[in-house]
Design a protein around this ligand. Sequence first.
Ligand code: PGA
Length: 265
Amino acid sequence: MKTNYLIIANWKLNPQTTVEAKKIFTGIKKVSTKLKNVSTVICVPYVYLSDLKKLASKKCILGVQDIAVPTEGAHTGLVSASMVKKFGVTYTIVGHSEVRARGENDATVRAKVTTAVTNGLVPVICVGEQARDTQGFFWHTIKEQVITAIGNLPRKSLEQIVIAYEPVWAIGKDAPRPATPAECFEVVLFIRKVISDIFSPADAHNVQVLYGGSVTPKDALGFIEHGGVDGYLVGHESLLPKHFDTILINTENYANTQKTKTIKK
Ligand code: PGA
């Protein structure tokens, strides 16, 4: 039973000002600093890194939402892993469906994963189907995404990656519904099986797998309790410190109850 959870905020193209960014970050940090069983990462727009660097801590870690494959040179508009590292960034989301929708393919995701790992960043690799077809083709999509993203990594690098299962149909405020914990559970098992086939069962067990897609304070815990994940990737609710803090606190409390149970056994 794992009792160390990882909760990642994905602010996307928000908020609109530095003042707001600092306010939200501080609101989250107040709670995240007190937690023993939960690590909090906040993936922010690049323009806020300089200001948020001063506020970040070991318990409220800075992340970004994407990085470039190349690390320098004539690449207009890109930002590299080594550049963001100078601001204390430790995590980067890679392969988010909103980036894939702008043309990114599995091969580019693989290249970004390699760049992240080589430069000492933890890639949070997003995988997930557009829709659940009744013939089950979506399993193939997820398998391909996982194999292409991590299949060529040295085994040791698995300690330094996170996978986020994000069904595209469940993402965003307008999504009809989040996945159910049961739907999440079967995909998480499948992802671990794919990892196990490439590496080993122990590696598959150890890789942190998160759920993302309309996570709210009300439903978050269900994904850990019954969905087999080690945490969440939270979009719109992470811009509301009160909501996000409730997710953090509920997860911390859950981890404590699990620890007590383990000790009693
Ligand atoms: P959401 O976004 O929580 O707003 O659905 C999650 C994500 O896209 O990472």
